[in-house]
Design a protein around this ligand. Structure first.
Ligand code: COA
Length: 202
């Protein structure tokens, strides 16, 4: 009984940054510890979220905006952790909801830095929805965020060069280079369209 209380207390104390000695309930100041995240390279991040009723739209499925918010948070966490600095979202492309995500499903976001520039990073995110009762999983979305690392002065700063370590990562990087070229081409075309529209007389 005493042990149960102690371990519950220990859990609460750890959440507040205090450690409990094993032989008594004496609170000791927490010492900084170095954790190594097993199987979690710095350029990758995984997050799983349960889809709750608060995330639903009028049809009862998950609201697209709720997924977009989570995607942005995952992209931020992945890029920021990789760069070791604050980052902002420059843009996102290819978010297409081909099938709905349902309330009650577990959604896993698999994020990876695919390509780095000087200050920018492409973060690819693959979204997997798991129907817990139906015991099935499906790939719902893949999308690509451009994130830019900023310094304390809020100006772009350089990020570590990403060097792919596996064949799959080399393929993702090659695809990311093509997407970057496509984005630049699209940007030029959008500017040309904008320039072709005559502003109405004031
Ligand atoms: C991100 C930001 C600081 C970049 O400013 P900037 O003046 O364009 O800075 P730079 O010209 O140095 O470009 C920075 C990087 O962004 C990239 N970039 C610029 N425009 C881009 C675009 N349209 N698409 C993709 N990448 C772009 C550049 O290529 C550069 O990458 P690199 O350093 O790897 O070569 C600025 O645009 C900004 O503050 N945007 C708002 C971001 C934000 O608040 N997001 C949340 C919205 S609610």
């Amino acid at each position: 009984m005493q042990k149960t209380c102690a371990s519950a207390f220990s859990g609460a104390a750890q959440a507040t940054g205090l450690l409990v000695s094993s032989d008594s309930a004496t609170l000791l100041p927490a010492q900084p510890r170095r954790f190594r995240m097993i199987n979690s390279p710095m350029h990758q991040l995984t997050m799983t979220v349960l889809m709750t009723p608060t995330m639903s739209n009028f049809t009862g499925n998950v609201h697209g905006g709720a997924i977009l918010k989570l995607l942005d948070e995952v992209a931020y966490a992945c890029a920021s952790r990789y760069a070791g600095s604050y980052v902002v979202t420059m843009g996102v492309d290819q978010v297409t909801f081909r099938q709905p995500i349902h309330v009650g499903e577990l959604v896993t976001f698999l994020a990876s830095v695919n390509l780095t520039g000087r200050s920018s990073m492409e973060v690819g995110i693959k979204v997997i929805a798991e129907d817990i009762q139906g015991k099935s999983v499906r790939h719902t979305i893949s999308c690509y965020f451009t994130m830019v690392a900023l310094g304390a002065d809020r100006k772009p700063v350089s990020v570590p060069l990403f060097e792919p370590g596996t064949l799959e990562e080399r393929q993702w990087q090659a695809a990311a280079i093509k997407r970057r070229d496509l984005r630049q081409q699209l940007e030029r075309e959008h500017q040309a369209i904008k320039a072709s529209v005559v502003a109405p007389e004031a």
